[in-house]
Ligand binder design. Structure first.
Ligand code: ADP
Ligand code: F6P
Length: 320
């Protein structure tokens, strides 16, 4: 029976991480375990920036963005020496299991620590939804809703000025935020790495739409493409439609988590502790057909994630 576990958040933060931390802490306490909160990801595990969590330590956080445990990227943890220091800290405190909330990089770290004998469970926490073994990552819904609200605002001003708004959304290398935000905002065009695009063709269809009466345009560009300013400049040069570029940036990572993020984070946090309770480690939790599943970390890291091309093409087809 596992008696002491730790929980940390690592990599980029995501709305809903707090709800996951709360679920882990409360589930573990309800099962009679001791729980430690490790601050600033693996950095805190190396330096011993660790606090004991009680029932009240996670009060009033389920609705808050960010992470009360803070997060960090920790280059030292990529070294054998760093991993051994972290393992030594776990041994010193008697931490036998660890819940790691983060992305693929954090899971690689969790696999390394698992190999040293600490039972690690990864929970997918990133706004990008770019983790292959799961259909859903904590933070994705909130980030998309934030992006949608911001694009709606841009659309207002774009409409008043008969302009084209080129909006870059986050997602690292993936276009999941872009395609969903594009659909939800009725974008004229969506540009992601997953689907080939041609600026000349985009400009040509814009002019055709303009000839049929369309006056303002919204083009969503995925972060992986970048160059949103250059894209806006090219569109303006090729169409003579005034274009403005906006990079939404880190505002997409903040804000109160949506209902979906709170619920999924809570389910996943509970599930992670159930695995640890059974003495299971070196797993990543995922959502498949709305059911929670878990995979060996290496297996999870070797999977590839599908992009919803159908959604992308629907958006293109109905953007008159
Ligand atoms: P994310 O978890 O969001 O993908 P990062 O890639 O920045 O974010 O990884 C977060 C942290 O996980 C890194 O700062 C590092 O401490 C750890 N990490 C990343 N890759 C590895 C690796 N290959 N081996 C060990 N630890 C890693
Ligand atoms: O992974 C989340 C994310 O916000 C990505 O969308 C983006 O590429 C990256 O993190 C930004 O990282 P940083 O916070 O280091 O600027």
């Amino acid at each position: 029976m596992i008696k002491k576990i730790g929980v940390l958040t690592s990599g980029g933060d995501a709305p809903g991480m707090n709800a996951a931390v709360r679920a882990v802490v409360r589930t573990a306490l309800s099962k009679g375990m001791e729980v430690y909160g490790i601050r600033r990801g693996y950095a805190g595990l190396i330096t011993g920036d660790i606090i004991k969590m009680d029932e009240r330590s996670v009060s009033d956080i389920i609705h808050r963005g960010g992470t009360i445990l803070y997060t960090a990227r920790c280059p030292e943890f990529r070294t054998e020496e760093g991993i051994l220091k972290a393992k030594a800290k776990c041994d010193e405190l008697g931490i036998e299991g660890l819940v790691v909330i983060g992305g693929d990089g954090s899971f690689r770290g969790a696999a390394d620590l698992s190999a040293k004998g600490v039972l690690c469970i990864g929970l997918p926490g990133t706004i990008d939804n770019d983790i292959a073994c799961t259909e859903y990552t904590i933070g994705f819904d909130t980030a998309m809703n934030t992006a949608m609200e911001l694009v709606d605002k841009l659309r207002d001003t774009s409409q008043s000025h008969d302009r084209c708004s080129v909006v870059e959304v986050m997602g690292r290398g993936a276009g999941h935020i872009a395609v969903n935000t594009g659909i939800a905002c009725g974008a004229t065009d969506i540009i992601t790495k997953e689907v080939p695009y041609d600026i000349d063709a985009i400009a040509k269809t814009m002019l055709e739409k303009q000839a049929k009466g369309k006056k303002n345009f919204v083009v969503i560009v995925a972060e992986g493409i970048g160059h949103s300013q250059e894209i806006a400049t090219m569109i303006q040069e090729k169409t003579h439609i005034e274009a403005r570029a906006t990079i939404l940036g880190h505002v997409q990572r903040g804000g109160n988590p949506t209902l979906r993020d709170r619920v999924e984070a809570t389910r996943m946090g509970y599930y992670a502790v159930e695995l640890l309770e059974q003495g299971i480690g070196n797993r990543v939790v995922g959502l498949k057909d709305n059911k929670l599943v878990d995979y060996d970390i290496q297996e999870a890291l070797s999977m590839t994630k599908a992009y919803d091309e159908k959604l992308h093409h629907i958006a293109e087809q109905i953007a008159f």
